[in-house]
Design a protein around this ligand. Sequence first.
Ligand SMILES: [Zn+2]
Length: 349
Amino acid sequence: MKFSDITGHDEIKRRLVGAIDAGRVSHAQMFTGEAGSGTLPMALAYIQYLNCPNRADGDSCGECPNCQKIAALAHPDLHFVMPVNKQGKKSGEAVTSESFMPQWRKIVTETGGYFDEQMWYDTLGLDNLQGLISKKEAEEVIRRLGFKSFEGGYKAVVVWLPERMNTEAANTLLKILEEPWDGTLFLLVSAQPRLLLPTILSRVQETVIPGGEAEARRRLAGSHAGEADEDFEMFVELARLSYNDKHLELMKWAERAAALGRERQKRLVENCIRLVRSSFMINAGLEDISYLWGAELDFCRKFSPFIGAHNVEGLVAEMESALGQLRQNGSAAIVFTHFALAVSKMINR
Ligand SMILES: [Zn+2]
């Protein structure tokens, strides 16, 4: 990733480049910003610039072996830690980021680094499960940093969403943030720094990447530009028709959904699940971890009183059942007709 691959944020790029050029590289840094605002691409461009021997015009060359290995996320001195989990994990079984590098490379490459937490969990095939950064993971990072640098440059660890560390992991990592080793760089990439321990916050140098909402949405939708917006619009419509109990129009909504392509249908239902869960979290006073912003946040705040402990499980179960039937190639007309009526009944309950 070169700085020039990232849209906008020119002032931030200039500042980062200037600091590296002047030899001011803080060992513990944090890039913060909404998912999709370019925090991860910025971290990758920064590390690539730091390790490129042929920098020119405020950017890495993109062609030397270092640049190419970093761009492929396959540089031996570049490590990644991200929240991970496994469906059906046995209790006591530790899962660490290293086993998920193929999926990580895939999502970073496909989205250019513009993706959010839920997209990552979808890539991992997690169903109703969140990822976590465990103590074992933090220990593993420290062990790997103990090796000599392979290529003679900086050894870097990118911790994506450090807010998913549990306390034990955070305390383990804290030890090394307090006394960082020479030639190492910790780069935390956080969407919700408020959830981090104050002791961690006080040890990192923060760079805030302001969120460009339109850009973030466009990039999050990736090659399906506009579809995320359409899914949101259909969810709003479904919610409105449901609490107004408009049966005929609900049937039209189902027809419209059934006319979409199969992949789009699945994504629509996945987005409905995400928005219902987020609305429930807002209702439960957990807006901070609802991962919504902009129009979605505005709507879900208004919608949240309708989603409570009495119906959230039923709604999500109904939606997941629809998703399962779509995956098994069930008739879309039947699936969505049932879906619209069942959802409407439960929202009204
Ligand atoms: Zn280079």
